[in-house]
Ligand binder design. Structure first.
Ligand code: UN1
Length: 513
């Protein structure tokens, strides 16, 4: 047992174990039912949080609407300055926030710190961006005319986030949205409400110190029904949702029915193709981190290894050997590699997937199973498993949010592996391990991976914030974080200005009176 002072962490973050989960900034309120947050690490109750009622929600939207009127007029570089201060506050609070993420969500302390680092990085990115919200200029076809485009703030952005990245995914959205002049309403996962309250507190302090109005950063808490308030609300022009494909389809349909915009980052079924020219050592490390890191609960987790028959046995034996050395236990103890799943329901899903793969004819190379006894009292710890399977198995088509890795064999050229890889409904992350230039380039070409992320000699998870993050097909098509992902948070306007005394029409049309 390692000593871990949650009280101290909460004190540093200036939050209570019993919190109201609705906030427009420094003001926390809430009249809904309580949700309980139990740590998957030790099963202890960490927090009670009051959810958001419909009336609470409407109060939040009113405050956010008012805040938007002011915030959109603040020059973008000044908005960037606020995000800079927010990033600095995160630097100061990296350790307690990283610990809270680790304790409430169950990922390793290193990964908790890494997640806060992603928040800091996106803040830096957003600060630079605040001076680069560029539109293009065009040459008008008419004499004495000027044409250009501008990006204007969009309005209220609804952010629905998942338990597995309880703080970073919010920051990817909110840091960009804020410099773009938007205000945000965040509905975090009901499994990690305290992480959200901690973040909201940090942001609220910064806005308050700068005499900015309540409502630029807002928080609502509760289950899918609170998320549905956002998706169905005409006052919310953009809903950014991260989570399961099932959830994404519901959100997308609701938002589309009112012709709003949605940004979806949904499930993955990420594969690494291992060709005969792969560096074996790198492959093993990349595959294991991808499959068991965060206990297999990243959208980018490696679910499938598609291995050439020539090196199949070599990879299989190396993996079996490496898995036997994995240490599973308290994620705050840095000597452990694998922490718990989020809750006991996730353990049931894991067990069901293992039963199904065997039923479908798969072979468990590393058996897995639930862990019990001292240190595992929360009932959320499982052993990472490896199953030899066929690409056509039903279970292999699904994303099971757990450390289960499927080994699939391919024969012949790399095209065959790419076909197996692409033949699933999801399209988030993908990778190839090869030192063969032709194979690598084919994998990256138009005939190659159909995913939003395609890596060479890197695993599927652990993307940097500087690139656009997201995927195709049922992953939802949205892009968050770096590159030009900011554009979705703004509305684009094309402006044509005539500085002559004539009114020539476009396309040379004559209209004389
Ligand atoms: C997610 O699982 O929703 O690329 C996000 C990664 C992380 C983000 C994952 N940077 O694995």
């Amino acid at each position: 047992v390692i000593s871990f002072g949650i009280e101290n962490v909460l004190k540093k973050l200036n939050i209570e174990p019993h919190n109201s989960g609705t906030s427009t900034g420094s003001n926390f309120f809430g009249n809904g039912n309580e949700i309980l947050s139990n740590s998957p690490v030790d099963g202890n109750l960490i927090a009670k949080v009051n959810t958001t009622t419909r009336e609470d929600y409407d109060k939040v939207v009113d405050t956010a609407s008012l805040a938007f009127k002011k915030w959109k007029t603040v020059p973008a570089p000044q908005r960037g300055e606020i995000v800079r201060q927010f990033g600095n506050r995160l630097r100061e609070l990296k350790e307690p926030l990283g610990k809270l993420v680790s304790y409430e969500m169950g990922k390793s302390y290193q990964e908790g710190l890494g997640e806060v680092q992603e928040m800091i990085d996106i803040c830096d990115f957003a600060v630079g961006l605040s001076r680069q919200l560029h539109g293009l200029t065009m040459h008008s076809e008419r004499p004495g005319h000027r044409m250009y485009e501008q990006y204007h703030p969009l309005g209220i952005v609804g952010i629905i986030s998942a338990f597995n990245f309880p703080v970073a995914v919010w920051a990817w959205n909110t840091a960009l949205a804020w410099v773009c002049g938007d205000v945000c309403i965040w509905k975090p996962s009901e499994k990690t409400p305290l992480c959200a309250i901690a973040c909201q507190k940090i942001a609220a302090d910064v806005f308050k110190e700068n005499n900015l109005p309540e409502g630029i950063s807002c928080l609502v808490n509760g289950d899918y029904s609170v998320g549905a308030y956002l998706s169905n609300d005409k006052r919310i022009p953009l809903v950014s949702a991260t989570g399961s494909i099932r959830m994404g389809k519901i959100v997308a349909q609701a938002v589309a029915s009112r012709l709003g915009k949605s940004l979806l980052e949904l499930g993955g079924n990420n594969a690494i193709i291992v060709t005969p020219d792969a560096d074996i050592k790198m492959t093993i490390i990349g595959a294991i981190f991808g499959a068991v890191g965060t206990a297999g609960q990243r959208c980018t987790s490696t679910r499938r290894l598609i291995i050439h028959e020539k090196i199949y046995d070599q990879i299989k034996n190396a993996l079996k050997d490496a898995y036997s050395q994995l240490k599973i236990g308290n994620p705050l103890d840095e000597s452990n590699h694998v922490g718990p799943l989020i809750d006991t329901e996730a353990v049931e899903n894991y067990k069901r997937a293992l039963l199904q793969v065997v039923e479908e004819g798969g072979n468990l190379l590393v058996e897995g199973g639930e862990l019990t006894g001292a240190g595992f009292e929360s009932g959320c710890y499982v052993k990472p498993a490896i199953a030899e399977a066929e690409p056509t198995f039903e279970i292999v088509q699904h994303e099971t949010f757990a450390p289960i890795l499927y080994l699939l064999k391919y024969k012949g050229p790399v095209e065959n592996a790419i076909e197996i890889q692409n033949n699933v409904v999801q399209g988030l992350s993908s990778a190839i391990m090869t030192n063969n230039l032709r194979e690598a380039e084919r994998f990256l070409s138009a005939e190659g991976s159909d995913c939003g992320i395609a890596n060479v000699n890197i695993g599927t998870s652990g993307a940097e914030i500087g690139g656009a993050f997201g995927g195709e097909k049922e992953t939802g098509g949205g892009r968050e974080s770096g590159s030009d992902a900011w554009k979705v948070y703004m509305r684009r306007q094309t402006n044509t200005i005539n500085y002559t005394t004539e009114l020539p029409l476009a396309q040379g049309i004559k209209f004389d009176l």
